[in-house]
Design a protein around this ligand. Structure first.
Ligand SMILES: Cc1cc2nc3c(=O)[nH]c(=O)nc-3n(C[C@H](O)[C@H](O)[C@H](O)COP(=O)(O)OP(=O)(O)OC[C@H]3O[C@@H](n4cnc5c(N)ncnc54)[C@H](O)[C@@H]3O)c2cc1C
Length: 450
């Protein structure tokens, strides 16, 4: 016997929208409530790496045409990952083609995604499902339904409420008030520099089509991601991207709302002990100036890259991580994505884990609809699994940041910088060690180890 279900999703971010697509395609009634006023408001400007784990979830939840549009709207794939000293001296360089793919399907690859573009892809065709300008405030749980309240006084009700409202989730605050986050003591500043021949020449040659990491002696590290979009500055699809991709990009309505053009996305991670106390209150050019001051002894090329920043997408973040949480009793409220598990960006696993959550929850809700499970039983099963794989992702993402942090410790700091640099140079000389390192870096994001 089938059971009609109505699902309320709070937050139209990566995980919430993936779930909404999956439910709607399965014929399950879903409503998404988003606090942003329009589809283009909010700051969603950085690059996200979608791993096979995330791509599999998108493939499972989006329609085949929209998944193909997602693939067609991603930036050019990377050839290389390079790690450098702050003076741009190479430590290790890994050809990404040498790393075996999980399989041959489009869902087995890594994708380079502008977060703005991904957001527009996920909004495509969902106008009747999303309500913008609805900031969730609280919910009430009754025996057979949940009522969500919004700050404009409106309400909505359904069988299940899913908190997909990000790291500062209000749903989590009400549902699991004992869930806490720990500040890692790390702060990040990021920005975008428009792509040009001059910008390209500033990057180490190995990562002009790739992903660069730069480590200094004080435990700070920088990142560059080159983003070459499949359309030009005028929004017209580029020659050479393949005729079906050109057609998909050309007829994708989301392009009207997406202003992403070719750029280098850069970020620097520092610690509270090195940064001024008001870092998080700064914005715009002020932030870039601060990033340049914090890295004043880095390569002049890095400095020139920062000087070319286009302001508007500058962002400052305090890096936090969820604390381990004991299992809770399942009910008609649940969480996914950053609302359930906030992790450091160290492993690039946050969005991919949010997407996997969406797929796992969607699969179980389809079983409820088909009469194969009770709603609370299905939620409990999803939460058991989600807690296990997300705990691994949270832990590994934190470890990556902590490893970098040893450089900041007195006495052992300089020794650890020397040891890290020596071991990376050694890895660079041994192809098998390089492959192992690349596979290790992808482990948490690519596989379904749990
Ligand atoms: C600099 C940086 C780089 C990153 N790089 C990567 C990467 O390479 N790979 C990766 O996997 N992850 C990456 N991440 C992490 C990734 O962006 C997040 O983990 C992911 O977006 C989480 O998705 P989500 O759906 O849980 O939340 P979000 O995408 O944050 O969506 C939450 C949504 O809820 C809405 N919302 C919030 N409060 C309310 C409310 N009260 N009412 C209604 N709506 C509300 C928000 O407006 C937002 O739209 C990165 C993060 C950062 C900061």
């Amino acid at each position: 016997m089938t059971r009609p279900l109505r699902v309320l999703v709070i937050g139209a971010g990566t995980g919430g929208m993936c779930l909404a697509h999956g439910l709607r395609r399965a014929g399950i009634d879903v409503a998404v409530h988003e606090r942003d006023r329009t589809r283009t408001s909010g700051l969603h400007g950085y690059r996200v790496g979608i791993s096979p784990n995330g791509a599999r979830a998108l493939r499972a939840c989006l329609s085949p045409e929209l998944f193909a549009t997602f693939v067609a709207t991603t930036a050019a794939p990377y050839e290389r990952l390079g790690m450098y000293t702050e003076q741009f001296r190479e430590l290790v360089s890994i050809g990404l083609n040498e790393v075996p793919h999980a399989g041959d399907g489009p869902e087995d690859r890594e994708y380079n995604v502008s977060r703005v573009t991904l957001r527009q892809v996920l909004f495509t065709g969902m106008e009747d499902v999303i309500s913008f300008g609805r900031r969730f405030t609280h919910y009430e749980q009754h025996a057979d339904r949940v009522v969500a309240h919004f700050d404009d006084g409106s309400t909505d009700e359904g069988d299940l409420l899913v908190g997909a409202d990000g790291a500062n989730s209000r749903v989590r605050r009400q549902y699991l008030p004992h869930a806490t986050h720990t500040e890692t003591g790390l702060l990040a500043i990021g920005g975008k520099t428009p792509w040009s021949a001059q910008t390209a020449a500033l990057l180490p040659a190995g990562v002009r089509n790739g992903f660069g990491m730069y480590f200094d002696r004080r435990g700070q590290f920088g990142i560059t991601h080159v983003m070459r979009m499949p359309w030009g500055p005028d929004g017209a699809p580029r020659e050479g991207i393949g005729s079906s991709d050109r057609e998909l990009v050309g007829r994708w309505p989301g392009l009207r709302f997406d202003n992403t053009t070719d750029h280098v996305s850069w970020a620097v991670t520092t610690s509270r002990s090195l940064a001024p106390a008001d870092l998080l209150d700064r914005d715009g050019a002020d932030l870039t100036t601060l990033a340049a001051e914090l890295t004043a002894d880095w390569s002049p090329c890095w400095q020139a890259l920062l000087a070319g920043t286009e302001h508007g997408a500058d962002v400052a973040l305090s890096i936090r991580t969820s604390d381990p949480l004991d299992p809770w009793e399942p009910s008609t409220v649940t969480l996914l994505g950053d609302a359930a598990h906030t992790m450091t960006p160290g492993r690039g696993a946050g969005a991919n884990t949010a997407l996997r959550d969406a797929r796992e929850l969607r699969d179980r809700l389809v079983r409820v609809r088909d009469g194969g499970s009770t709603l609370v039983g299905a939620v409990g099963e999803y939460e058991d699994l989600m807690r296990r794989y997300s705990a691994l992702a949270v832990r590994e993402s934190l470890e990556f940041m902590n490893d970098r942090g040893t450089a900041r410790r007195p006495v052992v700091g300089p020794l650890s910088v020397f040891a890290q640099r020596t071991s990376l140079r050694l890895v660079d000389r041994i192809p098998a060690a390089k492959r192992r390192m690349a596979l290790g870096m992808q482990k948490v994001r690519d596989s379904e180890l749990v």
